[in-house]
Write a protein that binds this ligand. Sequence first.
Ligand code: GLU
Length: 550
Amino acid sequence: MDYNKLAELMFPTITKTVEDYERIYPKRNLKEGAQVTRFAPSPTGFLHIGGLFASLISERIAHQTDGVFILRIEDTDKKREVENGVERILEGLKNFEIKIDEGFTDFDTCVGEYGPYKQRERAEIYQAFAKKMVSEGLAYPCFCTEEELTEIRNIQEEKKILPGYHGEFAKCRNLSLEQIEENIKKGLPYVVRMKSPGNPEKRISFKDAIRGNIEMPENIVDVVILKSDGIPTYHFAHVVDDYLMGTTVVIRGDEWISSAPIHLQMFYLLKLKAPKYAHIAPIMKEDEGGKRKISKRKDPEAAVTYYSEEGYPVEGVIEYLLNLANYTFEDFRRNNKTAHWSEFKLEMNKMSNSGGLFDLVKLNDVCKNKIASYTAEQVYDLAIAWAKEYDSELYSLLTRDKDFSVAMFNFDRNPDKPRKDIGKFNEVRNSFSFMFDELFDGKYEEIPNVDKAKQKEIIEIYKEIYDENADKDTWFATLKEVAVKVGFAAEVKEYKANPDAFGGHVGDVSTVIRVAVTGRTRTPDLWGILKTLGKNKSSDRMEKYIKELN
Ligand code: GLU
């Protein structure tokens, strides 16, 4: 058969050759060891937490080696595409501060010399590669109809034969040039299939950067490379794009492992060097005693928007994902308390084959530690940025008096042992509701060991001698003074040694004042609360509580 003639017949308008494209997209000039990675989402919905995980890993591997991280949009499947699909993905990546070097770096910005970065805009490029394969007898047109393919599938199912277009089932492999010419003239639709040289007896092996050696049967199926509208399948687009874009390591979900033999065969047929592969296991979740993938349908935490809405600090989420990727991140964090997460060196061979277990409790813990490590100013900035978007009432309360809010976030923020009360910014409202009259609900927790009359007495005395300018030690001395006046022990020790001699101790005095002012028996630093609320407000609250006691 004259394959060149066949190629011209099938692709009369494709004039650029593979060699032309190799000139247009020359090899990258990067330093030794620099890795080129990419995140290649299909715009089919929200950004999944697994997508953020994969892009974080790809971004790290690229930037740890002074390489390049690309965002490529795989929009070959129009049916599954959703409106604003690209924007949603970009927004997710931007919210989590994933730095993209090439491709879509922003909503309407696409940069880089290896584009277009949207596959539909690359149709001619794929066709040039397909044309080359046809001209070398490595690919052919297939005119089989849906019905014929279904029939093949049924026979294969019945006879328990490997499904797909191969061997005796690959009818169109044997069409003559004349038959093909006639079909094309008639306008019959066709796909282009790779002519697989695979041998069912043989196996291939490759080294996965995460999983080590993988051995699988060779591919024997003549897979489709171009669909009938000239748009490539995922398999072919992956091979062409990652070759021309100079990807050095393809980091992708492990659902693609089973297709790796097809991809390696395509690289082989095209005489191109295949990139390395790293197949990531999906993020798992505990469910009814077992493990399952985090599901788009069942789990709100599958969507990255969930973390933004809840107000998890970005750095906390990223650090949690790094933790999930490499358990050694925890040691790094312990030994480098103030280092930025990007100083951690991620290693693909330390990633789990079976999928890290996602745990919201652990995430919250990491985020609590993260927020505890910030200055009060930083917490303020992040809290108002969150509230501006998700809680407008809180936003106006927090920004009404910045000094007040910063002082509030500064309670117990001592560098050695900071208080860890909030893990996400939607907890600010509840954690600090007592600081704002608008949020203070006027409910009071019980104080079981001090009766109402005594509580009243404590507050009356305290109100008279409280000096809002007193430092913490002087203030505490005042509480002791009150304790003695009402017949309580000034020291807890003293009380414990002789409980019958006292009605309570200084700690009870502070509890009474705490509840009067905040409604709660447990709060951060009471001295700070009183000082920040100011004498007027504190006194008003105490008056109100006394009324409540009557
Ligand atoms: N578009 C493919 C997907 O979303 C990309 C897989 C890959 O990274 O190669 O699964």
